[in-house]
Each structure stands twice: as structure tokens, then as C-alpha cells.
Design a protein around this ligand. Structure first.
Ligand code: PLP
Length: 737
């Protein structure tokens, strides 16, 4: 046979093996280096989103999710009911309104109770209406449908920087400027040129394009950098939010696995190494300059704010500014465009946005939210080379980035007013004062919370702030409900991200501290936060519970099966309440159930003994009912079981079987006894099967297949659950006695 491979001499073979090993090593090291900078959170969150199934805590688990000692449960239950009543009383009209809107919808909005861990969500959705329905705004407050003026820290998703009253004015004046043109789209209102000039001055970039929202600005920017660099990869950082488009947020609930967006670790030198190494593939590095400030996580310079009263005098030296500067340097060195997504941070931290605040220049900057003076908008500013939509060398190659509502006259009018204001010399001071007041407020409030022993601390970045929890708990999310009861309007991320606007007065700040303090104190009194003495080892128990819950959610059976299980358990519970409350009856049930379990095992090897034992146990069981809880029998009929009359008939037939066998036996002597005993056992077995399956079949036309199965499964599993139900009760009664 011909050898298809060239015969190599031994030294050549060694060289070949060496070369292959070297290539593998190079590939491996490249892969490993890339891996070091790679964020796995998007991948993990996608994986978990597929694996983790919905689970709702039972009533008991809801209150004991942290394994709290039992005597706290009643307090918690009463507290939640009271909180529900308080919130319902505050929002009668809002609830009615929400009910009307809900009509055909399962949830009022996606965000309804979305900041509640899912096992708790059902109870909260059913019991609480957190829909905020507002009818007016003034200063730092919002008026809801029920006439309450709530203090507003939601910041309208970040739009409200300057205070609602200013936006109302800008919208009004903006409309006056463009109203002669009205809703005309296509031809541009002359005011657009002024806006472009102001945006160019603020961003320090050459060109501007308008879009309908922040998300669209992100989409436009990624398309433009790809088009103009002819590269495909967009780098973004873990934890960033860049709008709802799943092209740049491979985490955050996105199901789509994408290969043209690389998510790297935030504030990590390994990420810089990856950018350097893969520069030739990278179309742009997209960064949200305040992204490290995730909901519930502190801003990168929090150490300054939390640990001392030192103020930021030079923001350019904060750790996060240092990171952005390094990122800038690496992008410049690697020839990769740096894109700042300032949809949130632009005009929030400083009039010049994050570029101004952190002292870092980007090649492309995106604005949105507040920049149109209260109207919807998305803006992309970029260098000429990155903003081209046509390829001068290839006329048929173009980046088709357009949108009907881009440069809407009303948005342009209000934007003009806003930009004019932002460029006033005194506006810089307004920002500086608001940022400094927020810092002062954080320091003062934290001192108060610490003095009161409350497990919360606030951190901030500019006028953005978040509540951090300083002790382990499974109920921190409940604080948002307590805050609402105090009249604080939060955004859908709850206490995760809150904002001040320039309308907040000193009195508002003080009022807010008092409300947060009152809410937290109430939550502690209601025993949602327990001290180490109240709940020893709580941190460990909580970790174990969370792990157990995650495991149970991953391996949770499908929903219909869960519903079936809950139905069986509900009927068992009703059954226990209806006719198993007497102690003697419980003891007899324990006895008979243990015997049944033994018989389940025995029936496969020794049917005769199993049946005689089982029948004995059945009589003991029924004796308990007949003796101590006779009036309850008929309630069992409601549970689809047998009523007293049919039970008597069944018992009668069981008794008749041995009698008839004895009468029919040709001889009755000791030698014939084993045969007779076995025959009786077999007939009992047959009769049991007939009764059980017959009753199940009988239930189907009357109560449906599912209910029939519920009865069947309940019946055959009763011995197991009886032990779980009665053994601890009896033990407790004994201990009590
Ligand atoms: N980019 C950032 C940084 C954002 O914070 C947001 C919205 O919160 C967006 C983009 C999306 O903006 P929009 O909601 O207007 O689409």
C-alpha cells in the first residue's frame, strides 16, 4: 500500500513536532491573553437566563428566605401587610388607574417589580402597585394622581438635570421658535445650524448628526465607526448600558450571541492589552464614562467620598479619570477610535459632559436625554473621518444612517434653549455647586445613618447617587417600598440609581435624609434586617440559601409540573386542617404512614405480608378518624376523597373478603391456612387497585383529568408527607409539654 505522507528523517520529524508545539503555544498564549481581559458576565448572564427557571416562594419561604429564626416571621408578615395597606391608602386612584391599564396586560410595564428578586416578585406584584402616575411637577416634587407631592429622585431616567421648571420653560420657548414650521420634517429649521455650532463647540468635534433616541445614537455611532474603519469589532465594557439594542449589550437579557462585540473587563489593565493586541480588528471602543457606577455599586472614586470628608477638588486625578486617560492613550497608540457614550453623563456631570469632567477627549461623543431641553433626542458628534456616510472611492458603498424624527423642529427648538443655557458662564458654577452639595449631603447623611446604626450608606458621582447596603440581607430590595411609603419617587431601578436636579433646596436635602432614615429604621424594626445576635451566622446562612435557591431554580421542573405539585400540596394542607388536628389522630397517622412506607417497599418481594400489614395500618388510620375526628369526615369529600358512607362500604368489603374466603374454603385447617392467607392478600391487593383506580376514573368526568391525578398522587404520597407534617408538630408539642 502507498504511504500518502512524505517519509521524514528523524531530525526533520523532531523539527516538525517542535514547530507544531510552538504554533500551539503561540495560539494558546494569545487566547489566554485575550481571555484575561475578557468579561464573562455577558456569557454567564446569557447562560443563566436559559437555565434559571421561574420559581415563586411559598408564603412561608418568602418570610424566611434568610433562614431567620421563626419568631421573626410573624413580625415580618404583619409588617408587609401594614406596608401594603399604607401604600394602597396612598395610591387608591393610582391603583384604580393601573387596574384599568392592566386590563389586557400581564404587567403594567416591563419595569413593574423588576428590581425584586424573582422568587419574591409574585407576592409583591400581587400585593403592591408601584405604578407612579404623575400629573404635575414643581421644583423637586411630583404630584401623583392621589394628590401626594412626592420628592423625586428618579431624575426622569437622567433627563432632569436642571429642574423640571426650567425644562417646561425651554419646551415652551423652543416651541415658540419653531411653531411657524410645525411638524415639517425633511427641510431643516434654521435653528438646527445654531444647535450644530453649539454642539461642535461643546464636544470639540467636527460634525453632528441627530437621532430620535440615545439608543439610535449608539446604533448610528457603531455603524459609522465600522463603515469608516472597515473593521468589525466593537469593544465595550462589562456592566455598561448603551440602550436597549442587543448589538452592543451582550449581557442584559440579550439572547443573541454576537461575535462583533467584544466585552472586556472594566477598569482592568488586561483589557488595555487586548485592545492593543487586537487593534486591527477593532472599529471602536465604546465606553460609558460613568458605567463603573452601576446600580448598587459605588462609583470608582467612592473611597474619597465614603471614608473621609476630603472633597474632589481636581476630578482629573480620580482613579476613574486615570483609567479613562489610559484608555485614551492606548486607543491613540493603537489607532482605534474612542467613542464616549455620554447619553447619560453628557451635561450631567458638567456642562461639557464627561470629557470636561474627567479631562479626556474622545473621537466620537454621543449625547441624549437632557440635551434637547426635555424633548426626545440622540446626538452623535464625531471627527470628520468617522462621520462620513459615503465612501469617496466607492460611490455605491454607503452607511445608510437616517431616521424620520431626526432633527424634529420641536426637539431642535428646546435643544437651542438648553444649549444656550449650558453655555452661559454662570452655568458652570451651577453644576459645581450642585455636585458639591450632593457630596456634602452624602457625607452628612452617612454620618446620620451610621449614628443610628442603620445598615445603609450612600455614595455619589456628581449628582448621581446610589444606596449601598452594609450588611448581608435578602430583603434589601424592600427598602424601595419603604421609601415609596415615605413619599419618595424612585425610578424603576429602585435605590440602584438616584439623581438630584438643580431644583433641590437645602430643605429638600434635609427632608430626603429624614425620609430615608425613617424608611430604613422602619425596615429594621420590621425585622427585615437582623443583627448578628438576632440571627447568628446570618451571612453564611444567606449564602447557603442563595446557592440552594439558584440550584433549585436551575433544576426546577417545568411550570405545569410545579403548578401540579402546588395543587397536590395545597390539598394535603387542606386535608390536614380539615381532619387531622387531634394529637391522637396524628400519632395514629404517623404509625400507619410509617407502616405504609415499609409496605411500599415490601410489596415487590412479599405481597402477602405487605397487604396484611398495610390493611392493619389502614384500620388503625381510619380508627383514628372515627374515634377522635368523626365530624370532619365529610369535609374530605370536598377534597375529592371518600365520604364517610363510601369509606364504611370499602372497609366492609375489606372485612368481607377473608370471611367469604373462609366460608368458601373446602377445608379449614392449619395446613390450608397459608394458602388462604395468601389468597386473601391477593384479593385485597386487587380490591385496593380497583378502589384506587376506580375512584380516579370516576373523578375524571366530574372534576377533570388533572384533579383526578391530583387526588391519585396525593393519596399515594400521603404516607411520606404525613411524616413530614406530623413528626415535627408532635416533637414540638412534646417539647412544649
Ligand atoms: N446610552 C446610555 C449611556 C444610556 O444611559 C442610555 C439610556 O439610559 C442610552 C444609551 C439609551 O438612551 P435611550 O433610552 O434614549 O434610547
Amino acid at each position: 500500500m502507498l504511504n500518502p505522507f512524505i517519509q521524514l528523517t528523524p531530525p526533520a520529524q523532531t523539527m516538525l513536532v517542535g514547530l507544531i508545539a510552538l504554533a500551539c503555544l503561540l495560539l494558546l498564549s494569545r487566547g489566554l491573553l485575550n481571555l484575561r481581559g475578557r468579561a464573562f458576565t455577558p456569557w454567564l448572564s446569557r447562560l443563566l437566563s436559559r437555565l434559571v427557571r421561574t420559581r415563586d416562594y411559598s408564603e412561608a419561604d418568602f418570610y424566611a428566605a434568610d433562614g431567620a429564626p421563626e419568631h421573626f416571621i410573624a413580625t415580618r408578615r404583619a409588617a408587609l401587610d401594614a406596608l401594603q395597606q399604607t401604600l394602597s391608602a396612598r395610591g387608591v386612584k393610582s391603583s384604580e388607574w393601573a387596574g384599568r391599564v392592566r386590563g389586557g396586560l400581564s404587567d403594567l410595564r416591563f419595569t413593574d417589580a423588576s428590581r425584586v428578586p424573582f422568587p419574591f416578585a409574585k407576592r409583591m406584584r400581587e400585593g403592591f402597585n408601584v405604578a407612579s402616575v404623575a400629573v404635575a411637577s414643581q421644583g423637586s416634587r411630583l404630584l401623583d394622581l392621589d394628590g401626594n407631592w412626592n420628592i423625586d429622585v428618579s431624575g426622569s431616567y437622567g433627563v432632569n438635570v436642571a429642574g423640571y421648571d426650567r425644562y417646561k420653560e425651554w419646551m415652551e420657548r423652543g416651541w415658540q421658535r419653531v411653531q411657524a414650521l410645525g411638524p415639517v420634517l425633511g427641510p431643516l429649521h434654521p435653528i438646527v445650524a445654531d444647535n450644530i455650532a453649539m454642539l461642535k463647540a461643546i464636544s470639540g468635534l467636527d460634525e453632528v448628526s441627530f437621532h430620535a433616541s440615545g439608543t439610535e445614537a449608539v446604533m448610528a455611532a457603531t455603524r459609522l465607526v465600522r463603515f469608516n474603519t472597515r473593521r468589525k469589532l466593537i469593544v465595550c465594557f462589562a456592566g455598561a448600558y448603551h440602550g436597549w439594542w442587543d448589538g452592543v449589550q451582550p449581557g442584559l437579557g440579550s439572547e443573541r450571541g454576537i461575535d462583533d462585540c467584544l466585552t472586556l473587563k472594566d477598569i482592568d489593565p488586561a483589557s488595555l492589552a487586548v485592545i492593543r493586541r487586537r487593534a486591527k480588528e477593532i472599529a471602536g471602543v465604546l465606553v460609558n464614562p460613568v458605567q463603573a457606577f452601576h446600580p448598587n455599586s459605588p462609583p470608582p472614586n467612592d473611597a474619597i467620598l465614603l471614608n473621609s470628608s476630603v472633597r474632589k477638588t481636581d476630578t482629573n486625578t480620580s482613579p476613574y479619570a486615570e483609567w479613562l486617560k489610559k484608555l485614551r492613550a492606548v486607543c491613540t497608540e493603537a489607532g482605534v477610535p474612542l467613542v464616549f457614550d455620554e447619553v447619560f453623563s453628557g451635561f450631567r456631570l458638567a456642562p461639557g459632559g464627561a470629557q470636561d469632567y474627567f479631562g479626556v477627549k474622545a473621537d466620537m461623543v454621543l449625547y441624549g436625554k437632557t440635551v434637547a431641553g426635555g424633548m426626545p433626542i440622540g446626538v452623535v458628534c464625531g471627527s470628520q473621518g468617522l462621520m462620513r456616510r459615503f465612501d469617496p472611492a466607492h460611490p455605491m458603498r454607503m452607511a445608510y444612517v437616517v431616521g424620520t424624527f431626526a432633527a424634529h423642529p420641536l426637539a431642535m427648538g428646546a435643544m437651542y434653549e438648553f444649549l444656550k443655557w449650558s453655555l452661559l458662564p454662570e452655568t458652570t458654577a451651577v453644576y459645581r455647586i450642585a455636585n458639591a452639595r450632593t457630596t456634602d449631603w452624602v457625607v452628612a447623611s452617612n454620618q446620620e445613618f451610621a449614628a443610628a446604626g442603620l445598615p445603609i450608606a450612600i455614595t455619589c458621582l456628581g449628582t448621581i447617587w446610589t444606596v449601598q447596603f452594609t450588611q448581608p440581607s435578602r430583603y434589601n430590595w424592600l427598602l424601595q417600598y419603604y421609601l415609596r411609603a415615605q413619599g419618595i419617587n424612585l425610578s424603576w431601578v429602585g435605590t440602584g440609581r438616584c439623581m438630584f436636579n438643580f431644583d433641590f433646596s437645602n430643605e429638600d436635602y434635609r427632608d430626603l435624609t429624614a425620609k430615608i432614615r425613617a424608611a430604613a429604621a422602619q425596615m429594621r424594626n420590621d425585622k427585615w434586617w437582623l443583627s448578628e445576635t438576632e440571627h447568628p451566622g446570618r451571612a453564611k446562612v444567606i449564602k447557603q440559601r442563595v446557592a440552594k435557591d439558584l440550584f433549585a431554580s436551575v433544576f426546577a421542573p417545568p411550570r405545569p409540573l410545579q403548578a401540579f405539585y402546588h395543587e397536590v400540596m395545597r390539598r394535603k394542607h387542606d386535608d390536614h386542617v380539615a381532619s387531622h388536628s387531634h394529637r391522637l389522630n396524628q400519632v395514629l397517622h404517623l404509625l400507619s404512614s410509617s407502616t405504609f412506607i415499609f409496605c411500599y417497599w415490601l410489596v415487590f418481594s412479599d405481597l402477602v405480608t405487605a397487604m396484611w400489614l398495610g390493611l392493619g395500618a389502614l384500620f388503625v388510620r381510619q380508627f383514628g378518624h372515627a374515634l377522635v375526628e368523626p365530624p370532619c369526615h365529610d369535609k374530605e369529600q370536598l377534597l375529592l376523597g371518600f365520604d364517610t358512607r363510601s369509606k364504611t362500604k370499602v372497609v366492609g368489603i375489606y372485612l368481607l373478603i377473608p370471611i367469604v374466603n373462609c366460608l368458601a374454603a373446602p377445608v379449614l385447617n392449619a395446613a390450608a391456612a397459608p394458602e388462604l392467607i395468601a389468597a386473601v392478600a391477593r384479593q385485597w391487593f386487587g380490591f385496593t387497585a380497583l378502589v384506587v383506580f376506580g375512584h380516579t376514573l370516576r373523578l375524571i368526568p366530574k372534576h377533570g383529568f388533572k384533579n383526578a391525578m391530583v387526588w391519585f398522587v396525593k393519596l399515594i404520597t400521603d404516607p411520606l408527607t404525613d411524616i413530614k407534617a406530623y413528626f415535627p408538630t408532635l416533637l414540638r408539642q412534646r417539647a412544649g409539654a
